[in-house]
Design a protein. Structure first.
Length: 174
């Protein structure tokens, strides 16, 4: 199962990385055409592109690490050591220096993969929070613009309503 799952996962991560780079390239091309955009919005989009490219780099590092994990058969070697464990424990044997070094290497390798995965999740969270902050700022600006428009239009609206509903001067018959 690992012989097919590992390479498929690596290829999937590499393909996803390529697609994400292409999407960020398209966003950068679009951003270059937007001359009328406000500087803070332009900064937001530039930051978004950089954060996502950081995520792509981390995704590529994770793909390489997974390739090494399955290519060097680290999991298979660890499984063999675990299978030997109960027999060795019953006989009172301990790990050899080479086996201890391998276990240390394997744990460091998997720990490095976990760090890259957590860094990837951190960059994703940073991107989500940045988008949320930008959206909140945008909504505040829209509300302020709407409020200013209403404040400008309210006196005119009141005058129009007053003119429409004022009783007209009609002559009364005497």
């Amino acid at each position: 199962m690992e012989a097919y799952f590992g390479p498929a996962l690596v290829v999937l991560l590499l393909g996803l990385s390529g697609w994400l780079v292409w999407r960020q390239w398209l966003l950068a091309q679009w951003l270059r055409t937007q001359e009328q955009m406000r500087p803070e919005e332009r900064a937001h989009f530039r930051g978004r592109i950089l954060r996502r490219l950081m995520g792509v780099v981390l995704l590529l590092v994770l793909a390489v690490q997974l390739g090494g994990l399955f290519g060097r058969n680290i999991l298979g070697d660890l499984d063999r050591l675990v299978e030997k464990g109960p027999v060795a424990k019953a006989e009172g044997k301990k790990l050899t220096a080479e086996e201890e070094a391998f276990v240390r290497f394997a744990m460091t390798y998997v720990g490095g993969m976990a760090l890259v995965l957590f860094a990837l999740l951190g960059v994703a969270l940073w991107d989500v929070l940045s988008i949320r902050r930008w959206g909140t700022m945008h909504m505040r600006r829209l509300r302020a613009d709407r409020q200013a428009l209403m404040e400008r239009q309210f006196p005119h609206l009141y005058e129009d309503l007053t003119r429409r509903f004022e009783p007209k001067d009609q002559e009364t018959p005497e």
